[in-house]
Structures are given as C-alpha cells and as structure tokens.
Design a protein around this ligand. Structure first.
Ligand SMILES: [Zn+2]
Length: 600
C-alpha cells in the first residue's frame, strides 16, 4: 500500500471533548459579541478602512465557524450513531444564528448608505475582491423589514417553515414496509432502507414488488404529507409576500445568481433532447428483461447485467494512480493536487463499521486544506466518487487565497468542478474498458447522471413549479398532488415511463420538496451538470485549458452565472447553443450504448 486510507483530522482539533475545541467555541461566541457592537457603531461618516475592517472581521468569524463545523461533521461521519456530537452541533447552531444576525445588520448598514457613499466604498481598492458581494448584500438587505418585524418573522418560522420541515423528518422516520426479495423471503424495511435498496436490486420482480409497497406506504401517509407540504409552502409564500416578493421563483433564482431567461433556455433544450433518452431507456428495458420497451420508476438506475460479465474490483492505489494520471491530462495542477491529497491523508476511504454512508468534501478554513470522506469498496463508482470530491477540493484550493466570501459560490455552480472531475474519470474508465461488456456496464452507470438530470429532476421542477402556482390560490388535496406529479413525470419522461410505472406519491417520498433552507432544490442540479458538461466540451478545444479553468473557478462567487459564462467561456446562457453542446456529449454516450447493445 502506498497511500493511507485514513484521514488526518487531529490537526484541526485533538478530539470532540478537547479543551482546544471548547476554546474555539468560546472565541467564536466572543467574536460575535464584539462584532455586534462594531457593526452597531458604524456610521456613514466612517473611513472606508473602518467599514471594511468590519467586513474582514465578519469573514474571519465565518472561517472560524467553518472550521468548527468541519470538525463536527468529520467526527460524526466516522463515529456514526454516537451521541456526543449532538450538543456540539447545537452549540454551533446557536452561534451561527447570532452570526446571521450580525450579517443581516451589516447588510442593513450597507443598504442605509447613500448611493454616493456606497459607490465610494465599493470603489476602494481594498474593497475590490468583495465588491460584487457588497453590492449583492446591499440590494438584498434593501428588502428587509424593520429589525423587530424581521425578528418576529424569524421566530415564527421556527414553528412554521422549519417546523413543517422537521415534521416531515418525523413522519418519514416512522414509516416502514415489507416486500418479497429475490429468494422469495419477506423483508421489512424502513423508508430510508427501501430507497437505498430500490437503486440496486438486480431482480426485476423483487424491485417491482418493493416499488409497489413503497408507493403504497407513502400513499398511507398522504394526508399528513399534504398538510406538511401545503403549510411549508404557505409559510414560505407568506414570508415572500411580507418582503414584497410576489414571484415564487425570484428567491430560488436569486440564490443561484441565475436569470429566468437562462433557466428557460436550459429547460427548453433539455425538453428538446429527451428523445435520445427515450431510446436509451427502451434499450435498457430490454437489457433488464422487462416486458415492454418502457421502464417503470424503479428501473431508472437499476444496473444492466451483461451475461457472463462480472465487474472487476479495483485496488485503492491503482484507483489513486488512475485519477492522478487522468487529471494530469487536463491539468498538471489538478493532477499534482490529487497526488498531494492522497499522500497527505486528506481522504478517509477505509471500508469499516461505524462510518456514515455517502461521500463528501469539506474545506477547513483554518488550514486552507480540504478533507474527503467516503467508503471505498473497489467499484468504479467509488473511483468516480473520489474524483468528484477531489474536484470539489480543487475548487476550494484555487480559492484559498481569496476572501472568505469569495468562496461562497451558489449551489448551481458548486457542482461544476466536481462533476467535471467525475466526467474526466468516467470518460477515462469507459475508454480503458477491456471488453464490450465492461464498456456497456460503465456507459449504463454513466448514463444515470444524464437521465436523472434530464428527466427525474425535470419532473420535480415541473411539479414544484405547478404546485407553487396553484398553492398561491389555496391548499391542494392529496389527489390533486398525485395527479400533478403523474402529469409532471409523463411530461419529463416523454414516454419512457409506462403508464403504471409512474410514482404518484413522489411528492411525498422525496425529501427535497421538504427542505426549509433551500427552495426549489432541483434545477441547480441540472444546471451544474450541464454547465460542467459545457466546460468539458470546451476543454477539448482549449490550448491553455488549465489557466482558463482556474480563472473561471476563481470567479464562481464573484458574478452572476450569466457573467461567469460570458467572461470565461464566451457563451450566452440565455441561448440554447451552450446547453445543446452538453446534450450532444450525452448523445455520444447514448449512441455508443445503443451500438454496443444492438445484438444482445
Ligand atoms: Zn458534489
């Protein structure tokens, strides 16, 4: 073994109960109090340097909170199910709430400045790196109501928006169902287990049986779910209205620094390109041994099996070297960075009990380093996951010398570097396949992203958009929500789904509809995926890809999505061409898949 599969997080804090972590909490809480006083004392007449010093202090504190947050999350991920982290997270969230209040006060201070005074502040040389963010903060703060009203709204939302979201967690945690597995045995599973199983059950009948019970399990919860969804959205709409926002898409677009014209252009291009995925699913249905050329909901990501082929298992070292080698083909810096991460114990990948499922990357502001968490079992999917997380880490790496706020890129561009890195490795994997059977399996796995982004996520967006439109007029009954969801699925899947293969209660089974912090937790995924595919297509044509790519990443929290694309890629997101270039890359994979599977 060349590379360790265990990370080094003790350099951040020596333990969950360490005096060092305790001291960090105390310092952060003290900083908050000092900041509150500083911001309250700011006036229009103050020197730029004094005002900008407050911005520095805010960012320093944000970095400190980020470092604590990183450690708690990392500790919990490798001590899954242990209770010790709970009170620490609670302590952190209280400081976070205070920090948010200081940031709101800061925004209000900026909003209260005259235009002339604000312009002279943001034109200051020292303000340059955060000038875009200052302006954005000022504009958003202009919509805030007086302090007492804001406070009252936030307090009420604890028992409204946030309460409904938490209620959904309680509701879903209590659900379970049973199904008959491939061996004919009855199995009882929780809602979460059922969802994990649905992705991977190889036997089509067992998969269909689980789906039937999964759908009816959520059906039994439809009255409670409908109350939850209606009131969660109602609380959000009332909050919008209080702030003079009459368009339910305004906030989601603002959070992603995206224009409506770009969103429309993206979805129109997606809709135009669904035919190729219908063909892909028809072939997949055949390979899965289904009775028709349409799939059912549970078949979307079911792995196809090619007779006589067993996927090979990769060693960790080989995977690491493969990633370093293929990253280096695009960028020497990306390759060297990945090597550094493998060599310096930035990655926790060991397969052992007590670890949380899933994978993530997070930066540690105090060290200007990242750490990556996952469980490596030797599959090509795991290799793609490491590449994905290393992509995130590389994104952090190129931002470390910039102010903290320049590292706060939006959700839609957050997945750019990760999806790009994943595409590099997925493509290299397909190219390195030794047999057609292996290639088919890899292409099938690679297509899971494309079909999810074009069809599954689009169905969620269509549903949510129609739901919010209707919700403005009043609450919706479960039967209406079911119909709305089935219509959305039929539109988004464009005939790839059979009539009885739809999932009417997807509006209740999908957690993303019930997230309180982020509205419309769907279109940023499709944006990020297509944006990174556009970059992948663009990368093939660049002579100096590396520096152009790094320059783009460095601007991800420094302008709107449209300006980012225009400045660095020379493309217009409000027009179909850029989006189509991404769709064309998918088409190449579909064509190859269809060609290879023609005679199976
Ligand atoms: Zn990611």
């Amino acid at each position: 073994m060349t590379y360790s599969q265990n990370w080094n997080i003790d350099v951040v804090f020596p333990g969950i109960d360490s005096p060092e972590l305790n001291a960090a909490f105390k310092t952060a809480a003290d900083d908050n109090q000092k900041l509150a006083k500083t911001i309250a004392s700011l006036t229009e007449q103050d020197e730029n340097s004094k005002i900008l010093a407050a911005a520095d202090s805010l960012q320093t504190l944000e970095g400190k909170l980020g470092t604590i947050g990183f450690y708690l999350n990392a500790w919990r991920s490798v001590n899954y199910g242990k209770a010790e982290a709970g009170p620490k997270f609670d302590r952190l969230s209280k400081i976070d709430i205070d920090y948010t209040a200081q940031k709101q006060a800061w925004g209000k201070f900026l909003a209260a400045l005259s235009d002339k005074r604000f312009q002279s502040l943001s034109a200051d040389e020292k303000a340059q790196p955060i000038a875009f963010i200052l302006n954005e903060t000022r504009q958003q703060a202009a919509k805030l109501l007086d302090d007492n009203t804001e406070k009252l709204i936030n307090e009420f939302q604890v028992d409204a928006l946030h309460a409904w979201s938490a209620h959904y967690d309680t509701l879903s945690a209590g659900l379970s169902t049973s199904y008959t597995d491939a061996k004919g045995q009855k199995q009882t599973v929780s809602a979460g287990q059922a969802l994990n199983l649905l992705d991977g059950i190889k036997d089509k009948d067992a998969r269909a049986d689980l789906m039937k019970h999964y759908e009816s399990m959520w059906g039994k919860a439809e009255n409670l779910s409908a109350d939850t969804l209606n009131h969660l959205a109602g609380a959000r709409l009332t909050d919008y209205k209080a702030h003079g926002i009459n368009d339910y898409l305004e906030k989601p677009l603002e959070l992603n620094r995206l224009s409506r014209a770009s969103l429309t252009a993206m979805w129109n291009t997606v809709a135009k390109n669904e035919g190729m995925l219908v063909k892909f699913f028809a072939r997949k249905a055949k390979l899965l041994g289904l009775d028709s050329d349409q799939i059912s909901w549970q078949d979307q990501t079911a792995p196809v099996q090619v007779p006589g082929y067993e996927p090979r298992t990769l060693s960790y070292d080989d995977t690491a070297n493969f990633i370093v080698k293929n990253f280096s083909k695009y960028s020497a810096k990306m390759g060297a960075f990945a090597k550094h991460a493998f060599e310096n114990q930035w990655i926790e990948s060991e397969d052992r009990p007590g670890k949380q499922p899933g994978g993530w990357d997070e930066s540690i502001p105090a060290l200007k380093e990242d750490r990556i968490f996952l469980t490596f079992t030797g599959s090509v999917n795991d290799a793609a996951t490491i590449a994905h997380e290393l992509g995130h880490a590389f994104h952090s790496r190129v931002l470390y010398d910039l102010p903290q706020w320049r590292q706060n890129y939006a959700m839609n561009v957050a997945e750019t570097a990760s999806t790009f890195a994943e595409a590099v490795i997925n493509t290299a994997n397909v190219e390195a396949a030794k047999t057609d059977a292996e290639k088919i399996t890899l292409l099938d796995a690679k297509m899971a992203n494309a079909t999810a982004m074009f069809m599954n996520i689009r169905a969620r967006f269509i549903f949510e958009n129609n739901f919010y439109k209707a919700r403005q007029e009043g609450v919706l009954m479960p039967a209406q929500l079911n119909k709305m969801m089935v219509d959305a699925q039929k539109e988004a899947f464009a005939g790839a789904l059979s009539d009885d293969g739809v999932h009417p209660h997807f509006w209740t089974s999908k957690l993303h509809f019930y997230i309180d912090d982020v509205p419309f937790y769907n279109f940023p995924y499709t944006f990020g995926y297509l944006f990174s595919l556009g970059i992948f297509a663009w990368a093939q044509k660049q002579t100096d890809f590396e520096s152009a790519y790094i320059a783009l990443l460095r601007d991800t929290a420094n302008m709107s999505s449209e300006e980012l694309a225009k400045k660095h890629l020379g493309v217009d997101l409000t027009q179909p061409d850029f989006w189509q270039a991404g769709a064309d890359l998918i088409k190449k994979d579909v064509d190859e898949f269809l060609r290879l599977t023609e005679n199976i």
